[in-house]
Design a protein around this ligand. Structure first.
Ligand code: HPA
Length: 238
């Protein structure tokens, strides 16, 4: 029995799979484990950041909450990669749509993740590093989305540190650069994965239309949420 543990993840011998889904909300992690996994076992309760391991279509897979924002997902993904040997990480979350033609409930896949965060400066690239999703996972995720006849947009997302921005024109300037949607985590995840040589991807359900000013309720999100989870599970267990 493994006794590995970190400051934020204490599995007490429970397994963590090489492939993991990462929703922001730990209760979403519990819901995914209970809905989709066979024989789910809880591997983390530290700070209520629940994590579970089970099997999906015969393959071992894990799911764990990350909290919100780059600092939070970055510390959890670092520990999962460097202490627990996780090799494929898929963030499953929501985003705000930032282009005409991106509708509520559509699925967005983050080919790349631009950011207003300073997180990436630690890696010391002598220029502007472009955090990108794993092409291996991206290719598979797009194929599974098309197979499910799910409307999917693939491109650059914005991982912002700022939910309530004092600069009211900031998002419009990202829209002009072709950003599809805004969320708050993927650039940190992509950079951590790149630095460690593992695969990461972000898949999102559009929960807010920031161009048209439309929003969804949590209940309304469930159907599109289901499509996103099934794409992510098919992608990591292929
Ligand atoms: N901003 C940041 N993250 C989000 C949003 C938003 O409007 N909607 C869903 N995730």
């Amino acid at each position: 029995m493994s006794t590995l543990s970190t400051p934020h993840i204490k599995p007490d011998g429970a397994p963590i799979a090489e492939s993991i889904l990462l929703p922001g909300d730990p209760l979403r992690a519990k819901f995914i484990a209970e809905t989709y996994f066979e024989n789910p076992v809880c591997f983390n309760e530290v700070r209520n950041m629940l994590g579970f391991t089970g099997t999906y279509r015969g393959k071992q897979v894990s799911v764990m909450g990350t909290g919100m924002g780059i600092p939070s997902i970055s510390l959890y993904s670092y520990e999962l990669i460097h202490t627990f040997g996780v090799k494929q990480l898929i963030r499953v979350g929501s985003c705000g749509g930032m282009q005409e033609g991106i509708d509520l409930y559509d699925v967005v896949i983050g080919q790349a993740a631009s950011t207003d965060s300073n997180y990436l400066s630690q890696f010391g690239a002598p220029g502007t590093y472009a955090p990108i999703g794993s092409y291996r996972l991206l290719e598979r995720a797009v194929a599974h989305a098309r197979e499910a006849e799910q409307t999917v947009h693939v491109g650059n997302v914005l991982s912002s540190d700022i939910f309530y921005n004092a600069d009211e024109s900031a998002l419009a300037r990202w829209t002009r650069m072709g950003i599809l949607g805004v969320e708050m985590e993927s650039a940190g995840l992509y950079a951590n994965a790149a630095a460690a040589g593992v695969d990461a991807l972000g898949i999102f359900t559009v929960s807010d239309d920031l161009v048209g000013g439309r929003h969804t309720t949590p209940e309304e999100r469930q159907t599109a949420f289901t499509a996103m989870i099934e794409i992510a599970l098919a992608t990591v267990t292929e």
